[in-house]
Design a protein around this ligand. Structure first.
Ligand code: SF4
Ligand code: SF4
Length: 269
């Protein structure tokens, strides 16, 4: 991976190429950028290994130029953000979507593509409001640009982002985590909540969080996004056998499923 040369404090080049990295935030809670800052011991390693040109949460002095890697969190929720994303995409050789909002649309996309966006905007803001930038329905990055790699999560996992950066640094392809939440739940030897007829979306949700919720007795609500290998139809039947209505199940999977859940529930609604 090409980049800029590392220099010593005196400006003398050590001759090592550092990939140029930009970290950006669109609409979201900024939790994924915060997680990067909270990598603590590893933060200095990241700054040593990469030439960080832009990091909106960590620096007020961004350098907007060609990038080897851009990490973007947040959903696209305004026309201005859509244009900014297109501009980042043009400058970046590799674009990574980080977090549920960037990969699926986030909670702001829970009614994705149901046709109610204009009415919801009117109900909240009224008819006469003037926006500084045109709002658009919260959408994941890949609705507008090609995304090279995905880091799901709410927020993303520290080990996954470090693994991705390490592989990119060494010219290797980052690999997606292949297991559902249930896999991690079993590794932690939790009693399955489904045995007690309690709601849990673990089988149909991407793993990586270490089964954070079921390990504390709370059913998974799917914040890492849908697991493509999940059997949604059978899991919905099981949840219905606990007394939940299909509407309630659909409402809950839409909470974090955003745009990505639509393909899995289109025949089930
Ligand atoms: S509690 Fe949830 S995540 Fe854990 S094994 Fe059961 S269904 Fe899977
Ligand atoms: S268990 Fe489910 S809801 Fe909880 S953090 Fe993990 S993916 Fe998110």
């Amino acid at each position: 991976m090409s980049g800029t040369k590392t220099t010593t404090s005196g400006g003398e080049s050590k001759g090592r190429e550092r990939p140029r990295l930009g970290i950006y935030g669109l609409t979201g809670c900024a939790g994924d950028q915060l997680l990067l800052i909270h990598t603590e011991d590893h933060l200095l390693d990241i700054f040593e290994a990469f030439d960080v040109r832009s990091f909106v949460m960590a620096s007020s002095n961004p350098v907007e130029e060609e990038l080897d890697v851009a990490i973007v969190e947040g959903s696209v929720s305004t026309e201005e953000q859509r244009e900014h994303l297109l501009e980042i995409r043009k400058r970046a050789k590799i674009l990574v979507a980080a977090g549920n909002c960037a990969t699926a649309g986030g909670v702001q996309a829970m009614y994705a593509k149901d046709g109610s966006f204009a009415e919801r905007m009117r109900r909240v803001y009224g008819d006469d409001v003037k926006f500084v930038t045109e709002p658009i329905e919260g959408s994941p990055l890949d609705e507008f640009v090609t995304v090279d790699y995905y880091l799901p999560g709410c927020p993303i996992s520290q080990s996954q982002v470090l693994a991705l950066l390490s592989r990119l640094l060494h010219g290797e392809q980052p690999e997606p985590y292949p297991h559902p939440v249930c896999h991690e739940c079993k590794l932690r030897e939790n009693r399955c909540l489904l045995l007690d007829k309690k709601f849990c979306l673990g089988p149909v949700t991407l793993g990586g969080c270490g089964a954070a919720c079921p390990s504390n007795g709370v059913g998974c609500t799917g914040c890492w996004g849908p697991n493509p290998d999940g059997n949604f139809e059978e899991h919905f039947k099981l949840l219905q056998s606990f007394g939940m209505s299909k509407d309630e199940i659909i409402r809950r999977v839409r909470n974090y499923g955003g745009h990505k859940i639509l393909q899995y529930i289109k025949d089930l609604e």
